[in-house]
Design a protein around this ligand. Structure first.
Ligand code: NKO
Length: 202
């Protein structure tokens, strides 16, 4: 129990690293006040351009990989899940930026690459299709999140490819991501959500 908690704590600290805030700050921008105000890859791309946005995505993705990898290494499967949950919580309520944070999409993708790659792949396909059709990043991320427990449950029930703790983990992460997108949901419902069109988007 102690070592699993340690993995969650380590994950939380790793997840707390607020790359979007720091990279924007290095360019003289307070990302919490620009665009959607979200410290995530999408908003950095929106405000600072493609390169900075991709860098943030890569670093946030890496946080998920590292948090899970450390947990797996220290205790095995339960530690990996604890590290992942910690990282997503840390990213969303960071100790370094007064418990503000992003929406957990990129960090979840990184964690899933290590923990459940097939579930990730299915989610990515859904993300890409939704984005191509709608041009809404937020809607793509929400449907990505919802797909996770669905895919995990199917893989668990039919092929036994995913363990029960991972199905529960996927459901928890889906709830977290959807809740973090509630302002986007309101805008989507009111038809006021920003669409990502060209390179410097809105
Ligand atoms: O600022 O509120 P906002 O509009 O930024 O942001 C909403 C957004 C917040 O989440 C993020 C994280 C970044 C998500 C980008 C996911 C990119 C996934 C690209 C997948 C491409 C891989 C291709 C392989 C296909 C099989 O939701």
């Amino acid at each position: 129990v102690l070592s699993v908690s340690l993995c969650a704590l380590l994950g939380y600290l790793i997840g707390s690293l607020s790359f979007a805030v720091w990279i924007a700050k290095s360019r003289g921008v307070d990302i919490l006040k620009e665009g959607s105000g979200n410290p995530g890859a999408t908003n950095v791309k929106r405000v600072l351009g493609k390169k900075a946005g991709n860098t943030v995505f890569f670093l946030d993705f890496l946080k998920g990989c590292v948090a899970v990898g450390l947990g797996l290494w220290i205790v095995g499967d339960p530690g990996g899940i604890a590290g992942a949950v910690g990282a997503v919580l840390g990213h969303s309520a960071s100790i370094f930026i007064r418990f503000r944070g992003g929406k957990g999409v990129a960090v979840t993708m990184g964690a899933l690459l290590v923990l459940m790659p097939i579930t990730l792949l299915t989610g990515l396909v859904i993300w890409v299709i939704t984005f191509k059709v709608s041009r809404y990043v937020s809607l793509a991320s929400i449907l990505f999140a919802i797909s996770l427990p669905v895919t995990a449950l199917i893989l668990n029930q039919i092929w036994g490819l995913v363990s029960q703790p991972l199905v529960i983990f996927a459901a928890l992460i889906a709830v977290l991501i959807v809740v973090r997108h509630r302002s986007n949901l309101v805008r989507l419902i009111n038809g006021q959500e920003h669409k990502f069109t060209g390179k410097s988007s809105q």
